[in-house]
Design a protein around this ligand. Structure first.
Ligand SMILES: Cc1cc2nc3c(=O)[nH]c(=O)nc-3n(C[C@H](O)[C@H](O)[C@H](O)COP(=O)(O)OP(=O)(O)OC[C@H]3O[C@@H](n4cnc5c(N)ncnc54)[C@H](O)[C@@H]3O)c2cc1C
Length: 334
């Protein structure tokens, strides 16, 4: 099997610009001739469906919940990072890229991470345009906070319900396209299988979860925005429905499957006293102290919580010398 990630060539700063330029475009008048299936209505699928419809494509969108709004993205709380450097505290696209690669334990695909950092700047404007009520300073400018141990304040947030507000923004854009007739929405419909024609994903088999009826949908392209995997850990903040059956079926049909270890796991799930308020300074300090004591400081500093949690999850079974287990973490005796 040939593993080809099709990473764009050239210096990292220019890879996506180059790649976008080299892609074939579809004439605006021809877009309405194409049909796209989007499975999922979370921040990924919902936004993709609305955007493709806005561009002129005909979209069919599926989710297993009773409403697109109930995708698990609604649960996200803390915020969204963007290298806008509003605080003038030294942030840049490269710094966000660097922190993200480091926070991902150097396992992420760097071109994609750079792209993420690059478009982070625009995504905030897009969300604001969709009506997402990000927190603002008294003067009216968008507020930022430092999140997850980052050493710059680059997180845009809407109280503790950023995911909810972002999803409602994407949902409104999706609903607009549904009312314009550009998106056919299929709630309460589960993707059962992927249809592959000549090596390309060209359709899906679905089941109506109310009637049990199965159906076939064919299109020019299929996008899976079907979310993360929670059930591998008993303690997960992901809903039980977040079971990745869709990507597993795609894998069974030949799609390569990488990094299942990259699973959403939250501090709130770990049997130590980690409240969601660990984003608050006091708890961060407490954690930094705990991790320092357990020699994980270099990982924790300026890193995401995920990495720190990873380090917790892979903790040695035997206590390091002079350490004892307290509240689920190794701390130095005395
Ligand atoms: C408690 C919590 C807090 C978080 N906080 C943050 C944060 O502060 N910042 C941050 O950046 N991220 C945060 N995250 C992570 C972030 O919310 C998720 O990574 C992101 O929202 C996932 O979006 P998604 O569209 O990929 O998936 P989801 O929102 O899970 O959507 C999946 C969609 O796919 C559909 N689907 C799945 N399988 C099928 C199938 N077989 N057939 C049909 N439809 C299917 C579902 O119906 C759903 O519509 C948090 C997550 C949680 C749980």
């Amino acid at each position: 099997m040939e593993l080809d990630a099709r990473v764009p060539s050239g210096p990292i700063e220019g890879r996506w610009e180059k790649s976008k330029f080299e892609m074939k475009l579809v004439n605006p008048a021809n877009k309405r001739k194409y049909h796209v299936i989007v499975v999922g209505t979370g921040l990924a699928g919902g936004a993709a469906a609305a955007t493709l419809a806005e561009l002129g494509y005909n979209v069919k969108c599926f989710c297993f919940q009773d409403s697109p709004r109930r995708a698990h993205s609604i649960a996200a709380q803390g915020g969204i990072n963007a290298a806008k450097n509003y605080q003038n505290d030294g942030d840049s696209i490269f710094r966000l890229f660097y922190d993200t690669v480091k926070g991902g334990d150097f396992r992420a695909r760097e071109s994609n991470v750079y792209r993420l950092a690059e478009i982070s700047v625009n995504i905030i404007d897009q969300a604001v345009a969709q009506g997402v009520p990000f927190a603002r300073e008294y003067g009216g400018t968008l507020a930022n906070r430092s999140f997850g141990g980052a050493q710059v304040s680059r997180t845009f947030y809407a109280r503790g319900q950023t995911g909810q507000q972002l999803l409602l923004g994407a949902y409104q854009a999706l609903e607009r396209q549904i009312s314009l007739g550009k998106v056919d929405m299929y709630p309460r419909t589960e993707m059962l299988d992927l249809i592959v024609i000549d090596g390309k994903a060209r359709g899906i088999v679905t089941r109506n979860l109310i009637t049990g009826e199965t159906d076939v949908h064919i299109a020019d392209a299929v996008i899976l925005g079907t979310g993360g995997y929670g059930n591998v850990f008993y303690l997960s903040t992901n809903a039980k429905g977040s079971n990745t059956t869709a990507i597993w079926r795609a894998h069974k049909r030949g799609a390569l499957f990488a990094n299942p270890c990259f699973t959403q796991i939250h501090p709130t799930c770990i049997p130590v006293r980690v409240a969601f308020g660990c984003r608050k300074r006091r708890a961060i300090t407490a954690h930094r102290r705990r991790f320092r004591k357990t020699s994980a400081t270099t990982i924790w500093n300026a890193n995401t919580r995920a990495s720190a949690i990873w380090c917790r999850a892979t903790w040695p079974a035997e206590p390091p010398s002079g350490c004892a287990m307290r509240d689920g973490a190794w701390v130095r005796r005395g």
